[in-house]
Design a protein around this ligand. Structure first.
Ligand SMILES: *Cc1c(COP(=O)(O)O)cnc(C)c1O
Length: 371
């Protein structure tokens, strides 16, 4: 039987809530389900304010607007990440200064950030790879010292923590994804988390096409109009209804994913101890939200062989990011620095199947096919 890399998990309530949204007759954004989802995050994790968006990319674009990025401003982003972490700031005219990953895991190496700061630096974008926290105390300390803003790319980091603090609540702003490859999904979808009071009002205006429509509907002003830049960043209520069904099942989904993750870890540990590959690294300050199970092979050739071996067993394992600093779009703009750790993860990291419907017996089959 074929084992895919990912399958979107349905809790069973999605169609029911979507039906409700449709027949309640309010289909545009910022309705009952949108507010319910936003309140869920605000109350469970302590965000100052949350706004659902149509994607994490959109949430990052909102963050770039809120940070006031102007052409020529510099933004520090790890090179080992998804395109959107950089693209959202490039759209606002920023120059991206790519940072290398750590040796121990693919997250940004906080110790190398300070050397990248110039008078034009505005923002640092830590990406919590695989839902495992970056060293946020160190990053916030650097940001404070140099008067920079921090936007957490928490696309993969739902329900994960740094020293007991929920990821996405530490930086000034944060962005989450509900793309169908993430733990909690709505097909396409995302959310902006706002932790700094200064950004709350303006975020709502940018979200609603540059108007103060949200304030108007709360009865705080008696007419609404154009006050700022913005775009249409709201998902429809149909999408929010789908998301609500997922959020209701968050604990169940996380428990199941963690049981699969732990099984992988336990079964692959003996081979890792023999030096066949490295297992995921979770620092003491971080938790694991079982977004992903990855291995780091010793070379590109070993990774290619491993992916092939699994494919011969009808199992789909996939590599991950190609270094953004040497991408077709950015290589001519990059300042030429070598980022060896990033390149190593691009060559050697492989992700194993991870989704709710995967069984513990499937994990056993996947691990057995290495031998
Ligand atoms: C998935 C992902 C994104 C993009 O999310 P979308 O919702 O598809 O826009 C951005 N950054 C990281 C790190 C991601 O994993």
């Amino acid at each position: 039987m074929h084992i895919p890399f990912n399958l979107p998990h349905l809790t069973g309530k999605e169609a029911h809530y979507m039906y409700q949204a449709v027949y309640d007759g309010k289909l545009s954004g910022n309705g009952v389900f949108t507010k319910r989802c936003q309140r869920f995050f605000e109350e469970k994790y302590g965000f100052r304010k949350c706004l659902l968006t149509t994607s994490c990319t959109d949430a990052l674009e909102m963050a770039a607007m809120l940070c006031g990025i102007q052409p020529g401003d510099e933004v520090i982003v790890p090179s080992y990440t998804f395109v959107s972490s950089a693209l959202a700031f490039v759209r606002a005219g920023a120059k991206i200064v790519f940072a290398d990953s750590m040796k121990r895991n693919p997250n940004i190496d906080a110790e190398q950030i300070e050397a990248l700061i110039t008078p034009r630096t505005k923002v640092i974008v830590p990406v919590h790879y695989a839902g495992v926290a970056c060293d946020m105390d160190r990053i916030m300390e650097i940001a404070e010292k140099h008067h920079l803003l921090v936007v957490e790319d928490a696309a993969q980091a739902i329900d994960s923590y740094y020293k007991g603090r929920p990821l996405g609540t530490i930086g000034h702003l944060s962005a989450f994804s509900f793309h169908e490859t993430k733990n909690i999904i709505s097909g396409e979808g995302g959310m902006l988390g706002i932790n700094d009071e200064r950004f709350v009002r303006r975020a709502e205006i940018i979200w609603e096409k540059g108007t103060n429509r949200a304030e108007f509907f709360r009865g705080e002003v008696n007419k609404y109009g154009w006050c700022d830049i913005g775009s249409s960043f709201l998902p429809s209520e149909v999408v929010a209804a789908f998301l609500w069904a997922q959020l209701e099942a968050l604990d169940d989904i996380q428990t199941k994913r963690k049981s699969l993750w732990n099984k992988y870890y336990e079964l692959l540990k003996p081979m890792a101890e023999q030096g066949c590959f490295r297992l995921p690294d979770i620092p003491d300050y971080a938790t694991n939200n079982a977004h992903m199970f990855y291995l780091v092979c010793n070379s590109l050739a070993e990774r290619t062989a491993l992916i092939k071996k699994l494919k011969d067993n009808d199992i789909l394992a996939v590599f991950h990011y190609l270094s953004l600093h040497s991408s077709e779009y950015y290589k001519g703009k990059h300042d030429g620095r070598q980022l060896p750790e990033c390149d190593r993860y691009a060559d050697c990291l492989v992700r194993l199947p991870m989704y709710y419907e995967l069984g513990l017996e499937d994990v056993e089959r996947i691990c057995a096919s290495y031998y």
